[in-house]
Structure formats: structure tokens, C-alpha cells
Design a protein around this ligand. Structure first.
Ligand SMILES: Cc1cc2nc3c(=O)[nH]c(=O)nc-3n(C[C@H](O)[C@H](O)[C@H](O)COP(=O)(O)O)c2cc1C
Length: 384
């Protein structure tokens, strides 16, 4: 069964990741993982840290000759910034930053230096998740399942809706500095980030993740903790600064009358088909054969050049938070983390449904299942 743990601090020596339950035979190299790490580091509006780090995950176990072996996969990502910190003893931080884990974490663990909290609660940890997610994507790709993301909004600047194949939409997003598939909106988003930076402000936004090629029947309606939408919502909400998740047309369908809010089913192409995908690919917590589509809403970056009110926990008096090097906007990066989280959840439910100690066995079980359900025509199309 796919499961993973991460360890390591933002300015410590590095990040450790162990992914267990990966079947043998998944092709993976440090270069393929590095590509997703590079994508997470990019995006207009990032802070100085991203100029220091050139993330690369070293594969330290579970991979031989370019393929997973079935043993736990161990990875190590060095923090280049460690060299700048290892011989320093910076003064303790006693003023918690609003919007960070500083206060809640200090109260929980009893730390008097809030730096200790921030070191682990920092979004640096999401680097480790992206490395694990790259592995999950490599596994899913062996089953013709692909996970994409793009940016829908930065602040109030919103992308238009698209009538494009997901692969095309994704290719356009990848060519944009804010990972937005529309060139004109990209320019407006960049200008909005410049404006926010000048004003000592920060911005949030919305990303969308799509997974295509999913067989129906992943997840389950039979028990609350097996519902795929529930598992995905938890995974997305666990990303730093994500404050909302919606599936398909999500909050908008809540305002529609019932006959306009579903996805009618018709017979076509040898299987039941949908003319719309308002549900975002799951019904009853189970994939229905349509693309999985979800969105994550990211709050504006909490650390702003403009000081915010807080307290000094040692002096027990009002104070203003100290500015620390920070992103102005990290929504494009959060979208890449969203892809990783979705891929990790999907890898787990695919393995639960189809099993297999070797990816060829997983594929054979999936093909058998699709044939039994009369869904194979679709699979052939996905591979063509
Ligand atoms: C990719 C990414 C980069 C982030 N960069 C920063 C940053 O530079 N400065 C900051 O204050 N918050 C940043 N955040 C958000 C904080 O990590 C997050 O708000 C904080 O840990 C508190 O968690 P919460 O907002 O989920 O409650 C980033 C989040 C993500 C996903």
C-alpha cells in the first residue's frame, strides 16, 4: 500500500522522504524527479530562497537500474541554504507571525524560540512531497493516467474558461511564468504581482488539478474514509496556505436547480458517456470514468513587507512581526504541489483496487477490470 513520510527542516541539512508500497518496475530517475522539483521552484513572484536552491532528490534506496525494486524508495534532498546557516546561532524569534504555525505550534510543543516551529511548518516541506509525487506520477503514467495543473486565479485576476484538451491546456500553462494557460491573463497576473510587491503586499489565488485516464471504480461509497473525494480534499487541504477545495463546479452547483446541476448519462462510444463534468469525476466518492477535476484556494502569503500586528511572547506586550525573506505569490508552485498530492492519493487507491507487486501485474488487473466492465474501448483511445 502506498504510504510516505517526510522529515527535515527548512534550513537544516536537507529533507528525507520514504515512500513505501511502490510496486516494482516503475521507471524513475533523479532527472525525472528533478523536473517536478524545478517546476515547484518556479513561478513569478517567488522570493530569494528559490535563487539559492536548485533542488535535486538523490535516490538512496528502492531503485535499481532506473526501475523501482518493490522495496521502500528513499530520497534525500540537500538544502543548499544550510551552508549559510549551519555555523550561525540566530537570536530566538519571540514574535509569532500571524497566519503561520508560530503561535499554535509554540503553544502545542512548548517552544520558546518560534524559529523551531517555522523550520518544520515552512512550505519547504512541500519539496519532499513533490519528490514523492513524481514517483506516484511515474507509476500512474504506466497505467496511462496523467495528472495536470494550471492556475485559474491570482488575487482577483481570473483566467477564462477553456475548451482545450487537458494535455494542450497543460502545455500552454507550462509555458507561462504564472502557469496560466492564457497569454493575456498571464500578463495581467504578473502585473498584479508587481503591484502587490510594490505595495508591500502578497497575493493568493486558485489552482486547478486534473487527472485523466482514470478507470471508474477508484475509491468507494461504502465507508466514509474510503471516499476518494474525501481523501483528495484532505490531501489538498494539507498543503500550506490552502483554505478551500472544490470538485468540478463545486460551490457554483450549490446555487443551481437540481436538473441543471448533474451530468446526464447517455449511451455512446460503447459505454455510458457524459456531456458535462460538473461533478469533477467522482460520484459517491468513486471515480465515474470522467476526468477528475478539483481546485485549491490558496490564501495570500502571510509574511508581508508591511508589518502586521502580533505580540512578543517573552516580553508579554504588543509587537509587530519581523519580515523574513518571503514569496509575494506562490500559487503557481502550490499547483505543482497539488499535482503531487493528487498523484499520491491516486497511486494509493489504484494500488488498493488493482494490487500488484509489479506494475505489469497492476496493469493486467486494471485491463481485466476494464474489459469486464466493457470499458476497454476507452483505454485503447487513451493509448493511441
Ligand atoms: C509553495 C508554497 C510556498 C510558500 N511560501 C511562503 C512564503 O514564502 N512565505 C510565507 O509566509 N508563507 C509561504 N507559504 C505559506 C505558508 O507555508 C503557510 O501559510 C503556513 O505554513 C501556515 O499554514 P496554513 O496557512 O496552512 O495555516 C507557502 C506555501 C506554499 C504551498
Amino acid at each position: 500500500m502506498w504510504r510516505y513520510l517526510t522529515a527535515g527542516e527548512s534550513h537544516g541539512p536537507g529533507l528525507t522522504i520514504i515512500v513505501d508500497g511502490v510496486p516494482a518496475g516503475v521507471p524513475v530517475t533523479e532527472d525525472t524527479i528533478a523536473e517536478d522539483l524545478r517546476r515547484r521552484q518556479g513561478g513569478y513572484g517567488r522570493g530569494g530562497r528559490m535563487l539559492i536552491e536548485k533542488d535535486r532528490a538523490e535516490l538512496r534506496g528502492g531503485v535499481a537500474r532506473g526501475f523501482t525494486t518493490g522495496a521502500p524508495v528513499a530520497m534525500w534532498i540537500e538544502n543548499k541554504d544550510w551552508a549559510n546557516w549551519k555555523d550561525k546561532t540566530p537570536p530566538p524569534i519571540t514574535v509569532p507571525r500571524p497566519g503561520h504555525a508560530d503561535l499554535s505550534g509554540a503553544l502545542k510543543f512548548g517552544h520558546r524560540d518560534l524559529r523551531i516551529v517555522g523550520e518544520r511548518s515552512s512550505a519547504r516541506e512541500t519539496t519532499a512531497r513533490v519528490a514523492a509525487g513524481a514517483l506516484a506520477k511515474a507509476f500512474l503514467a504506466e497505467l496511462d493516467i496523467h495528472v495536470y495543473s494550471h492556475i485559474v486565479a491570482i488575487g482577483e485576476v481570473t483566467a477564462p474558461s477553456y475548451d482545450l484538451e487537458w494535455s494542450e491546456l497543460f502545455a500552454r500553462a507550462e509555458a507561462s511564468e504564472v502557469r496560466c494557460a492564457d497569454a493575456e491573463t498571464t500578463e495581467r497576473m504578473k502585473a498584479r504581482i508587481d503591484e502587490a510587491k510594490k505595495a508591500g503586499e502578497s497575493l493568493g489565488g486558485v489552482f486547478e488539478v486534473a487527472a485523466v485516464g482514470l478507470p471508474p471504480g477508484l475509491g468507494s461509497y461504502t465507508q466514509w474514509d474510503q471516499k476518494l473525494d474525501g481523501l483528495l480534499a484532505q490531501a489538498i487541504m494539507s498543503i500550506n496556505a490552502i483554505k478551500g477545495v472544490e470538485f468540478g463546479e463545486g460551490f457554483a452547483v450549490a446555487r443551481l436547480p437540481g436538473t441543471q446541476a448533474q451530468d446526464p448519462i447517455r449511451w455512446g462510444d460503447g459505454r455510458p458517456m457524459r456531456s458535462s463534468n460538473r461533478a469533477g469525476g467522482t460520484e459517491g466518492g468513486t471515480t465515474n470514468g470522467e476526468p477528475l477535476i478539483l481546485r485549491g484556494a490558496m490564501k495570500p502569503i502571510a509574511t508581508t513587507v508591511t508589518r502586521q500586528d502580533s505580540v512578543d511572547l517573552e516580553k508579554r506586550e504588543n509587537a509587530q512581526m519581523e519580515y523574513q525573506r518571503s514569496d509575494v505569490c506562490a500559487v503557481p508552485a502550490a499547483g505543482v504541489v497539488g499535482e503531487a498530492m493528487v498523484a499520491l492519493v491516486l497511486a494509493k487507491v489504484v494500488s488498493e483496487k488493482f494490487g500488484g507487486d509489479n506494475v505489469a501485474e497492476t496493469r493486467a488487473a486494471r485491463d481485466h477490470f476494464l474489459a469486464a466492465r466493457g470499458w476497454l474501448a476507452d483505454l485503447a483511445q487513451a493509448r493511441s
